[in-house]
Design a protein around this ligand. Sequence first.
Ligand SMILES: NC(=O)c1ccc[n+]([C@@H]2O[C@H](COP(=O)([O-])OP(=O)(O)OC[C@H]3O[C@@H](n4cnc5c(N)ncnc54)[C@H](O)[C@@H]3O)[C@@H](O)[C@H]2O)c1
Length: 252
Amino acid sequence: MFEGKTVLITGAAAGLGEAAAEAFAARGTKLLLSDISPQVEDVAARLGAAWMIADAASPQDHKALVAKAVEIGGRLDVALNNAGIVHQPMRIEQTPEDIARRVIEVDLLGMFWALQAQLPQLQQQNRADGSTSAIINLSSIAGLVAAPTLGIYAAAKHGVTGLTRTAALENARRGIRVNAICPAFTRTKMVADVISAAPDKAAAEAELTRGVPMKRLAEREEIIAAILFAADPQNSFMTGQTIALDGGVTAY
Ligand SMILES: NC(=O)c1ccc[n+]([C@@H]2O[C@H](COP(=O)([O-])OP(=O)(O)OC[C@H]3O[C@@H](n4cnc5c(N)ncnc54)[C@H](O)[C@@H]3O)[C@@H](O)[C@H]2O)c1
């Protein structure tokens, strides 16, 4: 299904981005991995992928990534907009201005710049030969429901679901499917950092899963399965969806 497709992944040096890179590499894709961290070079070397240091908050970097993907594969088939940051848990009134601004810059505006760079290329491909493509945006359960102590992150991720739905409708007749993946807390460095900063780590993990009916964190592979589903060209009628992977949270 993915053999020979050109796939771009942001935030690929760790966590879900790295796991997605492994999954797409195993499926015979031409991969372009990017991250703000130089560790992306190690991941790319291990997987035989191309790589580029890029800041998700930079519109120019997103344009450079699309150009590089086209250089590698002649086109772009799948864009996984995964790069993101979170902040330590704190109430809205305690959140410092610099943290609030950076979360919006990376998680929300970064998604906007990614779409702005990717959509013209994907539209042009569809006009040229009728081919289709998929964009998958990493939102969060915090993009669907309230996230007490993660206010500015929730605002950014709600913005990502809004952007996803809008991009999907603007491109519904242009062969571009745009969907968002909305995980609850998943066992990655992002969550490990939050847990390890807490004085009582077991209590912190229990707190993160308190409202989750399955009473556990998600594993990376469980999120990757949904990313592959959203990217799959055979899944050709699904667009504008916000797919919750949350152990049942939003079933209430
Ligand atoms: N882990 C979770 O519980 C969880 C839950 C819901 C949503 N998400 C979302 O999934 C995505 C991936 O999260 P993760 O858990 O793998 O995080 P992670 O911290 O393990 O990895 C994120 C990667 O993004 C990179 N990154 C950070 N800022 C960047 C920037 N400005 N430009 C480019 N790269 C940057 C980091 O260097 C890192 O390699 C994020 O968008 C996150 O908000 C994660």
